[in-house]
Design a protein around this ligand. Structure first.
Ligand SMILES: Cc1cc2nc3c(=O)[nH]c(=O)nc-3n(C[C@H](O)[C@H](O)[C@H](O)COP(=O)(O)OP(=O)(O)OC[C@H]3O[C@@H](n4cnc5c(N)ncnc54)[C@H](O)[C@@H]3O)c2cc1C
Length: 336
């Protein structure tokens, strides 16, 4: 490895409150497999100054080169970040550039791909390299989630895409890995951002966001009515988890949009996912299939959710859920 970022597989690190977020490790896990297939360097681009230890962390997660945009300005708005990224891309000509499908990734990449006059595949759930052509195969749900489309960018470079958070787990950090840190000094702003943040409103859920929860208790239309979601909250509290919902449940106003799991909601990857009255539509499964253990309760033994469940309980939620709560209360204390 030469330590050069040229013609590599690049990922855009995700920064929250001045620190590297775990999503950056997910991107590097995708990037590592692509870079290994191509025999190319894996590069993490860090869009603002972060502590040195965080840069070493990116190397430990698999980056060969880390390029930091060092600036005194803190987080740059995406319209100022875009020309800086474009300059780097023109200089080093990466083959592939990946960001997370978060607000930052989506905003920055939709500006960057237009600036670079290449393509952009948004919201991918799978990425691999075509063995014959070396092209990036970008897979994402399409036509209302009813098909999985695989998209190529044959004529333009870099091949750019955003990938859904939680669609891959970060690799285990290897502190013995060695990489090169390249610092790019960002000059004082020569122009003013056209973006103005008027306000930011905290999403007041019940604590940990569902995308970060280890245990999820999920309700669907089979819960019958919104009041029954209180029972889900009770079980989630007993298990030390959070409550998620299907789009049907959200559309009926039983749960907030921030708890929606699936194609048009969040992708989750908890250790344990327990659903009540969820049919298992493909658009829902698209957001939870990487859960480690799946338990489903549904009164219809043919419900598709049982096809992905490790443990299926055919029964009425009105009986199974209160019985589970009673049992957990007897055992008391959060699940270990
Ligand atoms: C473009 C697009 C995007 C979408 N995005 C999403 C998304 O992000 N997330 C999502 O979830 N959906 C999404 N959907 C909707 C999806 O297709 C399904 O309609 C939805 O997931 C179904 O939700 P549900 O399982 O709660 O309801 P239903 O499909 O109506 O299932 C209810 C289930 O509850 C069971 N049941 C009923 N009563 C009881 C009882 N008393 N005890 C036990 N079981 C009972 C039934 O047997 C049934 O299986 C999307 C659809 C489209 C077209």
């Amino acid at each position: 490895m030469t330590g050069s970022p040229d013609r590599g597989v690049w990922t855009l690190a995700e920064i929250r409150n001045g620190r590297v977020h775990e999503i950056s490790g997910e991107l590097l896990a995708w990037g590592r497999s692509l870079a290994d297939s191509l025999g190319a360097p894996l590069v993490s681009v860090v869009p603002e100054s972060v502590p040195d230890g965080d840069l070493d962390g990116l190397v430990a997660w698999g980056a060969d080169v880390v390029i930091v945009l060092d600036s005194q300005e803190g987080t740059l708005p995406e319209d100022l970040l875009c020309p800086l990224l474009a300059r780097l891309v023109r200089r080093h000509k990466p083959e592939i550039f990946i960001a997370s499908a978060t607000t930052t990734g989506r905003t920055a990449f939709s500006m960057l791909y237009a600036e670079l006059e290449t393509g952009l595949t948004a919201d991918c759930t799978g990425l691999r390299v075509d063995e014959k052509t070396g092209m990036l195969l970008q897979t994402r749900p399409a036509i209302g989630g009813n098909v999985m489309a695989t998209i190529k960018t044959p004529l333009h470079r870099p091949q750019m895409c955003t990938v859904r958070p939680r669609s891959m787990k970060p690799l285990v950090m290897d502190p013995s890995r060695r990489g090169r840190i390249v610092r790019e000094t960002v000059e004082e702003r020569s122009f003013v951002s056209r973006l103005e943040v008027l306000d930011s409103i905290r999403d007041v859920g019940r604590g940990t966001p569902i995308s970060e929860a280890d245990i999820l208790v999920v309700g669907g239309r089979g819960m019958g009515h919104g009041g029954n979601f209180r029972l889900l909250e009770q079980l989630a509290d007993l298990l030390g988890g959070q409550v998620g919902a299907t789009r049907q449940a959200v559309d009926m106003g039983w749960a907030p949009y921030s708890s929606q799991i699936g194609l048009s909601g969040k992708t989750v990857s908890p250790r344990l996912y327990i659903s009540f009255g969820v049919s298992g539509a493909i658009q829902h499964i698209a957001g939870m299939s990487t859960a480690e253990k799946i338990i489903a309760v549904n009164r219809d033994s043919d419900a598709p959710i049982f096809d992905v469940a490790d443990l299926g309980i055919v029964g009425d939620v009105g009986e199974v859920l209160p019985a589970l709560i009673r049992d957990m209360e007897r055992r008391s204390g959060p699940c270990q």
